[in-house]
Write a protein that binds this ligand. Structure first.
Ligand SMILES: *[C@@H]1O[C@H](CO)[C@@H](O)[C@H](O)[C@H]1NC(C)=O
Ligand SMILES: *[C@@H]1O[C@H](CO)[C@@H](O)[C@H](O)[C@H]1NC(C)=O
Ligand SMILES: *[C@@H]1O[C@H](CO)[C@@H](O)[C@H](O)[C@H]1NC(C)=O
Ligand SMILES: *[C@@H]1O[C@H](CO)[C@@H](O)[C@H](O)[C@H]1NC(C)=O
Ligand SMILES: *[C@@H]1O[C@H](CO)[C@@H](O)[C@H](O)[C@H]1NC(C)=O
Length: 493
């Protein structure tokens, strides 16, 4: 039943119309036709070797039974998925060919006999209506609403002795087999769509843990929006503090609209996801960082107060004079939640923090020296790394004001130069090095890969447009709609 998973996964990923979602996913006709192709191939494989029900009957004194009916060969149907045509989704297949082998027995008066037979159906067609909705937990639902199966003439060949009885049987069996097949095909399709889809949907998680403390909520906000060209789903896309689901005090702004339908899948990611993440991380004190010489890969002498050439004790002479043979520790704490602005040109981040400079003396005591107010402006390049969105900082500027100094007057201009140099040589590379391993994985499943993916920046929105490649039959396809590696609160940069 792999077919189902593929179909359902695509449907799950699609869905709509409420007040400004944080995440919107559109699956276009092209995407559905591709899913249909894969689904039908898989369905064909699935129905092959299926055992059908025995048929028994008694007509004009002939008692007969058809047993061991097995579908031995199958010609995949021509099929299409049509959107918004009566049902939300209609799955229509024609020219499905089946070859069934079985054994037969009959009793007529005192004559008994049997043998084996083959049935060929070359013109089976079915149309299934499917309704897509959402349950109260924000999980998508899928339900077949109708199934109509038609069957053309059957060719039946009995192999055995008394031909006249087989000829009678041919017309009798033909109707019985046709009726049984019609029922069976619809049963199978419904079973696949209703039962297996249900199972698959049960494993749909409407939220995902981001690191240790945050949760990304991507429950479906309403039933998918279906037009003749696409299925579109609106997901909440808000980051919460896991232990306290209080909403951020701001709402998502409208996302830019998707205007074309050439690719299979369009995913729009609102800046709201990043804003709510920044808000919660700041509100709960996650945006803090201690920089010590141990964390300064390669440059571990820079924070020394005493040195021959270049270290902080030389650059700010008071430090060297007051705390010789010590090491400076820098403690960073956000003072406001970081703002994220997405425009067609760039992703920009503005953050404010207090940065405290202390000296760790050889006796291990820590001495406060001064604090700065820092405003950091950065712009990020967003790219697709496999199927995860990741970023690198391509511009960063930190402006500082020194406050609360216990070591006398610090020359602001000199200090700013020092900061500029540190940002360029140490801080930006360090952040980018960290970001290499961090990303938000886009909705996907293990048997779904992105192809020809492209990222575009729009107002308040990151648009990912992509084709997909489905590799069915991969074992254990857990629906991992968003994978995440922690982005905030990590202390071991
Ligand atoms: C959750 O957070 C809100 C706002 O920050 C606060 O008012 C409320 O008391 C918190 N609730 C709990 C149970 O901590
Ligand atoms: C960071 O350093 C401060 C002192 O400046 C200390 O109070 C705090 O516990 C440290 N935090 C971590 C996570 O090491
Ligand atoms: C910096 O300090 C550490 C620890 O006190 C010391 O091992 C190292 O030699 C110092 N570096 C320089 C250049 O003085
Ligand atoms: C930042 O520093 C100022 C003093 O310079 C202080 O009043 C404020 O409480 C600090 N904020 C945080 C979040 O530490
Ligand atoms: C530094 O102080 C000036 C003047 O008070 C102010 O305009 C500026 O915004 C401050 N910068 C930071 C980074 O706090």
């Amino acid at each position: 039943m792999e077919f189902l998973c593929i179909f359902v996964n695509l449907v799950i990923l699609a869905s709509t119309q409420t007040v400004n979602p944080g995440l919107r996913l559109r699956i276009t006709q092209d995407g559905l036709q591709y899913a249909n192709k894969v689904a039908v191939d898989t369905f064909a494989k699935d129905i092959k070797r299926t055992r059908l029900e025995d048929i028994t009957g008694n007509v004009k004194g002939v008692q007969y039974s058809l047993t061991n009916l097995i579908v031995n060969d199958l010609k995949a149907p021509t099929s299409t998925i049509t959107l918004a045509s009566g049902s939300d989704v209609e799955w229509r297949a024609t020219k499905l060919g089946l070859e069934i082998d079985g054994t037969f027995k009959y009793i007529f008066l005192f004559i008994k006999g049997g043998g084996d037979f083959t049935v060929k159906a070359s013109d089976l067609s079915f149309a299934v209506g499917i309704q897509i909705g959402v349950d109260t937990n924000g999980k998508p639902t899928i339900k077949t609403t109708s199934c109509d199966c038609k069957i053309g003439p059957l060719q039946i060949k009995f192999r055995g002795k008394r031909a006249w009885i087989y000829n009678i049987l041919t017309s009798l069996a033909s109707n019985a087999i046709a009726t049984m097949l019609q029922k069976k095909v619809c049963e199978k399709v419904k079973d696949v769509l209703d039962k297996k889809a249900e199972e698959e949907l049960c494993s749909f998680q409407a939220e995902v843990q981001l690191g240790e403390h945050l949760t990304l909520d991507y429950r479906l906000l309403s039933a998918p929006h279906i037009t003749s060209e696409y299925i579109e789903g609106d997901f909440k896309g808000e980051v919460f503090w896991t232990m306290n689901r209080t909403e951020a005090p701001f709402a998502p702004s409208p996302m830019a609209t998707i205007t074309d339908n050439k690719k299979m899948v369009y995913l729009t990611v609102s800046d709201y996801i990043f804003k709510s993440m920044g808000y919660q991380a700041h509100a709960h004190g996650l945006l803090m960082y201690n920089l010590t010489s141990k964390k300064m890969r390669g440059d571990d002498d820079l924070l020394n107060t005493t040195c021959k050439d270049t270290c902080i004790g030389k650059l700010i002479p008071q430090i060297g004079q007051l705390y010789s043979n010590s090491q400076v520790e820098i403690h960073l704490q956000s003072t406001d939640w970081p703002r994220v602005f997405i425009t067609e040109k760039a992703v920009q981040i503005l953050s404010k923090s207090n940065v405290t400079f202390s000296a760790r003396k050889p006796d291990n005591t820590l001495h406060f020296m001064f604090r700065i107010h820092a405003v950091t402006m950065a712009s990020a390049k967003i790219k697709l790394n496999g199927d995860a969105l990741s970023g690198t900082i391509d511009y960063m500027k930190v402006e500082t004001n020194v406050t609360n100094s216990l070591i006398g007057n610090i020359d602001e201009a000199t200090f700013q130069l020092l900061v500029d140099d540190a940002v360029k040589k140490v801080i930006k590379p360090m952040i980018n090095d960290y970001l290499k391993d961090v990303g938000i994985k886009l909705p996907s499943t293990d048997n779904l890969q992105f192809k020809d993916a492209k990222i575009e920046l729009l107002t308040n929105t990151i648009l990912v447009e992509t084709n997909v490649k489905i590799t069915p039959n991969i074992k254990k396809k857990k629906s991992t709609v968003l994978k995440y590696k922690p982005m905030v609160g990590r202390q071991d940069i």
